[in-house]
Design a protein around this ligand. Structure first.
Ligand code: NAD
Length: 268
């Protein structure tokens, strides 16, 4: 690994207290980036930041933010700039899931998922782009990275609202790429399949509770057998290389792309 690959990149990551956000933050810092870890759980985010700072190379700060609030997004961007001098990359990763069959969806389920996964992405993109535009042109593009999902392209009957929210992330990636190109901001994303994180561990339990699966672990097994081309589920370490590629100058000529890192699920 090149410890200077992301040198000079100051990166805001939402939802960075655990799961893929935390792994990406550590991986970015190992390659020289400075990272601001925004999360609704500031204590856990601070632990990740402490680990990064103890290790050396890129620096880290943690900020408490509720991504659904515009003022928290603006404050997280400002904290990144205060700590590191500017912001070059925004990774909009915070997200959640709460499965429901189509006819059982209610307004609370809809609002919860759409607010955190989609509305918050728009807010984060907008507040980050506002700061990038104010900073003025830089030689290499500014970068926005959105976390989609296999659910950005596949209708899954147990998680309609999650699919709607993640198709929305794909639309924000396409629309943002077109809208922000004149400011030298690229907008790309990546789309995992099944990644073993606290989100999926909760989902595994919830799928039993709504009656979609009979026992814990069955969802992992069924998806691996029936959906995945590569016959195993993934871990945050499987995802971090693609996230780092999108944050790096290696992806400078890409915009409007959502890269699938899903073991081939999207072609099944
Ligand atoms: N785990 C998977 O299989 C999978 C697959 C495809 C896409 N994704 C997406 O990847 C992203 C990361 O997922 P993960 O599996 O690492 O999840 P995770 O639950 O492990 O981590 C999500 C983080 O987001 C934070 N968060 C939640 N609501 C927030 C809010 N309102 N404000 C600020 N922070 C908030 C949580 O505190 C947590 O630290 C999500 O967007 C998720 O939808 C996950």
């Amino acid at each position: 690994m090149d410890p200077n690959r992301l040198k000079g990149k100051n990166i805001l990551i939402t939802g960075a207290a655990r799961g893929m956000g935390a792994t990406n933050a550590e991986h970015f810092a190992e390659q020289g980036a400075n990272v601001c870890l925004g999360d609704i759980d500031p204590d856990e985010a601070q632990k990740v930041a402490d680990r990064i700072n103890e290790r050396g190379n890129g620096k880290a700060i943690a900020v408490k933010m509720d991504v659904t609030k515009r003022e928290d997004n603006a404050a997280a961007v400002a904290a990144t700039v205060d700590a590191f001098g500017s912001i070059n990359v925004g990774l909009f990763n915070a997200g959640l899931n709460k499965p429901r069959f189509f006819m059982d969806i209610d307004e609370d389920n809809w609002d919860l998922i759409m607010d955190v996964n989609t509305k918050a992405m728009w807010l984060g993109m907008q507040e980050t782009a506002r700061q990038m535009i104010a900073q003025g042109p830089q030689e290499r593009p500014y970068k926005i990275i959105n976390v989609g999902s296999i659910a950005s392209r596949k209708p899954l009957i147990d998680v309609t609202v999650y699919c709607t929210s993640k198709y929305g992330c794909l639309a924000l990636t396409h629309c943002g790429a077109v809208a922000l190109a004149e400011h030298n901001i690229t907008v790309n994303g990546y789309a995992p399949g099944v990644v073993v994180t606290p989100l999926w561990e909760q989902l595994d339990k919830d799928l039993v509770e709504i009656g979609f699966k009979e026992r814990a672990g069955q969802a992992y097994e069924d998806i691996t057998e029936n959906e995945l081309v590569i016959k195993r589920v993934s871990y945050p370490d499987d995802i971090k290389g693609t996230a780092a590629f999108l944050a790096s100058n290696d992806s400078d000529y890409m915009t409007g792309q959502m890269l699938h890192i899903d073991g081939g699920w999207c072609i099944q």
